[in-house]
Design a protein around this ligand. Structure first.
Ligand code: NAP
Length: 243
């Protein structure tokens, strides 16, 4: 069966590494992005140069209509959607919870949790099964990210619960739902939090004494999506260097 995957937030960081790896393993890839068209097109160009199949599609996955358009376009182009990676996510400047606005809190929840709900629902309404979903959660769901972004950590905790519950709902249909929980990974996201050098600052506290690379997360996503993980659902892989 042809493998067709939508990777939300596939233009940069972990999502971009995942798109390229999945394409190299024979998946047709829809590289979703919100704003950075140039980076998304660069990912697609690299996949094409390597002989793979990919398209870029702009959609803010926190918005229902845009998610529907994303899935409809992928179906139209590739004829099916068999796999989904809910990777899109964001955070804002580090601050204690007491200083956070409700507007910020709601934006983080929409981008990180509503997106996962909307894309998972759109996937399930179109796929007959078998299929697989991987959610990109975070070690923050376990640590809580105090004084930095409790809102972000709480959104990832919600994502973990969504992973568990949904996995149990669709297991009998042959659809597996799992999550990865990266720790400190070298991407642009830390700059959005106001500290581009965050991974380097915290490296000494990580048991493996370094931050992770996007490809190290992508490898776990590839495995969870694959038939190699055929008996794995409702599970979590921590990729946090031992934290
Ligand atoms: P990144 O480099 O900042 O990339 C974020 C990606 O998400 C970009 O492709 C961005 O699109 C996209 N995006 C954000 N909001 C979106 C929306 N509403 N709709 C569609 N696309 C959206 O981040 P990253 O570090 O690779 O993070 C990827 C995932 O890993 C996130 O869920 C993050 O929470 C999680 N994670 C990261 C780390 C880490 O240390 N980096 C650790 C744990 C978990 P544009 O390019 O168009 O902006």
């Amino acid at each position: 069966m042809d493998k067709v995957v939508i990777v939300t937030g596939g233009s940069r960081g972990i999502g971009a590494a995942t798109c390229k790896l999945l394409a190299s393993q024979g998946y047709a890839v829809c590289v979703n992005y919100r704003a950075d068209k140039t980076s998304a097109e660069q990912v697609v160009a690299e996949i094409h140069e390597a002989g793979g199949r990919a398209i870029a599609f702009q959609a803010d996955v926190s918005l229902e209509a845009e998610v529907e358009a994303l899935f409809d376009a992928t179906l139209k182009i590739y004829g099916s959607v068999t796999h989904l990676v809910n990777n899109a996510g964001m955070l804002f400047t580090q601050m204690p919870l007491v200083e956070m606005s409700l507007e910020r809190f709601n934006k983080v929840m929409a981008a990180n949790v509503s997106s996962c709900f909307l894309c998972s629902r759109a996937f399930l309404r179109r796929v007959q099964g078998p299929g697989a979903i991987v959610n990109v959660s975070s070690a923050a769901a376990r640590t809580g990210s105090p004084f930095e972004y409790v809102d972000y950590a709480a959104s990832k905790g919600a994502m973990d619960t969504l992973t568990k519950g949904l996995a149990l709902e669709v297991a009998a249909q042959g659809i597996r739902v799992n999550a990865v929980r990266p720790g400190f990974i070298h991407t642009d996201m830390h700059a959005d939090g106001g500290e581009p050098g965050r991974v380097e600052r915290l490296a000494a506290q990580i048991p493996l004494k370094r931050g992770g690379q996007p490809l190290e997360v992508a490898n776990a996503i590839l495995w969870l999506l694959s038939d190699q993980a055929s008996y794995v659902t409702g599970s979590f892989i921590d990729l946090a260097g031992g934290r």
